[in-house]
Design a protein around this ligand. Structure first.
Ligand code: GSH
Length: 209
């Protein structure tokens, strides 16, 4: 398999963590995509992923899978047991829900703030600015962080008692907030302790530059 990565970017981090959690890092060839230089918008890359985003996982038969949730689901079922996406119908439903809530409310919201209300990836790549929309998304992220802190006061992980892909998505949200110079953790002690628990997992050692 080939993993189209971009070190230092939060969404590819999610897949590096998932590969490490599944013990599959040695089974992929990692190819760095120059997102800052616009390589993800080249004709070649658009053939792999018309959404022009990383990460992408290319299977040995040439099939390309984009979107972190889709890639994680593939990896989790490729190498059972399904520790990241759940095994029982209830686990799958709860993890999918929690993942989507944190992805929409935190990671994607911070991404929109970064792209629309700050210089983002720079003028060559950011063709549209909309500060009002960006700040609306920032408000969403602030509210989501607060409700996540409450939730983590009741349970150790985002989807309940067990670590799952919802935690990986939440972690990526806080990484993106750092890149965007947004403070979302202040006063949220449960989030701090949860982040410490995540960072203690060997798989989280794969993130960063
Ligand atoms: N929903 C997508 C998000 C992927 C994404 O936005 N990736 C960023 C890097 S962290 C990207 O490729 N950005 C390129 C751009 O904004 O032009 C996923 O789950 O893979």
């Amino acid at each position: 398999m080939r993993f189209f990565d971009c070190k230092g970017f939060p969404n590819p981090d999610r897949i590096r963590i998932a590969l490490a959690e599944k013990g599959l890092l040695d089974d992929v060839t990692i190819i760095q995509v120059d997102v800052s230089g616009g390589e993800h918008r080249s004709t070649d890359f658009l053939m792999r992923n018309p959404s022009a985003t990383v990460p992408v996982l290319e299977l040995d038969d040439g099939t390309s899978i984009a979107e972190c949730t889709a890639i994680t689901e593939y990896l989790d079922t490729f190498r059972p047991p399904c520790t990241l996406t759940g095994s029982t119908p209830k686990q799958k439903g709860v993890i999918h829900m929690a993942q989507r809530q944190i992805e929409r409310g935190l990671l994607d919201a911070i991404g929109s703030y970064f792209h629309y209300a700050t210089p983002g990836l720079g003028p060559a790549l950011e063709s549209h600015q909309n500060h009002d929309w960006g700040h609306h998304c920032l408000d969403t992220a602030i509210r989501t962080a607060s409700s996540l802190n409450d939730r983590l006061g009741r349970m150790p992980y985002v989807a309940g008692e067990e670590f799952s892909m919802a935690d990986i998505t939440g972690f990526a949200g806080f990484s993106f907030a750092e890149i965007a110079n947004v403070e979302l953790r202040a006063g949220h002690d449960h989030i701090e302790r949860w982040l410490e628990r995540l960072m203690a997992r060997p798989s989280f050692g794969t993130v960063g530059n």
